[in-house]
Design a binder for this molecule. Structure first.
Ligand SMILES: [Zn+2]
Length: 195
């Protein structure tokens, strides 16, 4: 279900400024407002656009960040990750190769960071960890690169599994639904018919 040039243009424009109206987007990339609206609806539904939010500057807010790497046995990573899920100061958790996690954490004061580091030492599944304070930010972009050649995944509208590549499409009004198989297509069509 590749992204066409208009999808890429919409993503480019929105990644720079998520507050633009459909009309402003349509003027910038020269496609009609209904096309912008239906394309954005589809990009949201398949999860490529996962949200809209204000981008806050932690340094301006007087906060500081630390990059934390944590090493654990791969089989114990889920247990370790559970410790960070509900911790609001752990902003991002990346699973890396070699049984490592990279955590990006932001704190309002040094004491909170020290407390976090001492908590790491008490988690038995953690074999090793390293904390490095961020002393400057030279570049920070959103992780998604808008470029042709990306092969988006979509969730099957019927069973919910991730589909990569050849999804079946069902068009209903201005909406396009993606389905993983003929079976799911038939079942979803039935569900739509009952609505
Ligand atoms: Zn399915």
């Amino acid at each position: 279900m590749g992204l066409d040039e208009n999808d890429l243009n919409i993503l480019n424009v929105l990644q720079t400024n998520g507050r633009l109206s459909y009309r402003q987007i349509s003027e910038r990339i020269r496609i009609s407002v209904p096309t912008v609206s239906s394309k954005i609806g589809n990009l949201e539904r398949i999860g490529i656009i996962s949200g809209y939010h204000a981008r806050l500057d932690p340094e301006r807010m007087g906060e500081f960040s630390a990059m934390v790497t944590v090493k654990a046995r791969p089989s114990e990573l889920p247990v370790v990750i559970r410790h960070f899920k509900s911790d609001d100061q752990v902003r991002q958790v990346f699973l890396l190769t070699g049984g490592r996690l990279l955590l990006i954490c932001t704190y309002v004061d040094v004491r909170a960071l020290n407390e976090f580091a001492s908590k790491l030492a008490l988690i038995p599944e953690i074999l090793d960890y390293d904390v490095a304070n961020v002393i400057g930010v030279a570049k920070e972009l959103h992780r998604a690169v808008v470029a042709s050649g990306a092969s988006p995944t979509a969730k099957c509208a019927n069973c919910g599994i991730e589909i990569r590549g050849g999804a079946l499409r069902l068009k209903k009004g201005s909406l396009v639904h993606h389905l993983c198989s003929e079976g799911c297509l038939a079942a979803f069509r039935g569900r739509l018919g009952k609505l």
